[in-house]
Design a protein around this ligand. Structure first.
Ligand code: ATP
Ligand code: MG
Length: 276
């Protein structure tokens, strides 16, 4: 196996530019994602997160810049990039009339893997779907579907996984289940690039967070580094660290479309219910 592919970051993006007619969406996007880490791409609606993911997944072409995935250039080696990745979009790509197990076996066959039954069995265990393996997906909850979708995307062990808004529309319990599945993935050495609208999701999962705004990554760092950008706010007698949300809105500005009612000082984790 090409050992060169095992050095350097799993994802390297330099100067990526993309316009749709007159709309300049990406104006020089730069970031790296280290192997086995989780990188969260945050940004307001329309910032270009999905565009970045689609370019990295070879589904769209950039107008400028370079991008490498698993050591392969997305323009010159798109077939090697496609072998190295899986992409999970917002809508689960599972077949409703099949059972969970049948979906996994079908995908393993499509990928020409030997022993599809044992691959399916292993993934069903890993994603806590063994009990539901024989049920039709049409009877699954949203969280179960999403976990099945994640399991499907792991068939063939791609080293890099793109998750575009992996938990949008899920209830809190299902989100926590998906988060655990994503953490497990990274724990096994898979590199994860996820986009999310949920700031708490980035706080929970990401090793590094990049905020995409007006066509560029305006900050890129660990949660601690991002928090250090703002001084701690003082709440009564207790020093309160800024949340990622505070940092995000200070940098991006509040678009004022989500009924932000000021400084919720309750501080209870998981209470940021930004649900549409
Ligand atoms: N095929 C297309 N043709 C024209 N404009 C497009 C096309 N795809 C995306 N855009 C525009 O590019 C911008 C970035 O879109 P993109 O889907 O990448 O944003 P996003 O950050 O993923 O947003 P969201 O948070 O809503 O998913 C938006 O203004 C969108 O309207
Ligand atoms: Mg998007």
């Amino acid at each position: 196996m090409g050992t060169d592919q095992n050095r350097g970051p799993a994802i390297e993006v330099r100067g990526l530019g993309k316009s749709y007619k007159k709309l300049e969406v990406l104006r020089g996007v730069d970031f790296d994602v280290a192997r086995g880490s989780i990188f969260a791409l945050l940004g307001p609606n329309g910032a270009g997160k999905t565009t970045v993911v689609n370019i990295l997944a070879t589904l769209q072409k950039a107008d400028a810049g370079t991008a490498g995935v698993n050591g392969f250039d997305v323009y010159t080696r798109p077939e090697k990039v496609r072998e190295s990745i899986s992409l999970t979009g917002q809508f689960a790509a599972v077949d409703e009339v099949l059972t969970g197990r049948e979906n996994l076996v079908l995908m393993a066959r499509l990928r020409h893997l030997g022993n599809p039954g044992s691959i399916a069995g292993d993934l069903l265990e890993r994603f806590s779907l063994a009990d539901a393996a024989g049920r039709k997906v049409s009877e699954y909850s949203g969280g179960m579907r999403r976990r099945l979708d994640l399991a499907m995307s792991l068939i063939g062990n791609p080293p890099v996984i793109f998750l575009d808004e992996p938990t949008t529309g899920l209830d809190p319990q299902a989100r926590i289940e998906v988060w655990q599945a994503v953490r497990d993935l990274a724990g096994r050495g898979t590199t994860v690039l996820l986009t999310t609208q949920y700031l708490d999701e980035a706080e929970q999962l990401a090793d590094r967070i990049g905020i995409l705004n007006e066509g560029r990554i305006i900050v890129n760092g660990t949660l601690a580094e991002l928090k250090a950008l703002l001084p701690p706010a003082t709440v009564e007698y207790i020093e309160k660290q800024p949340t990622l949300e505070d940092v995000f809105f200070a940098l991006v500005g509040d678009n004022g479309d989500d009924g932000d009612n000021g400084d919720g000082t309750g501080g209870s984790p998981g209470s940021a219910g930004r649900r549409g």
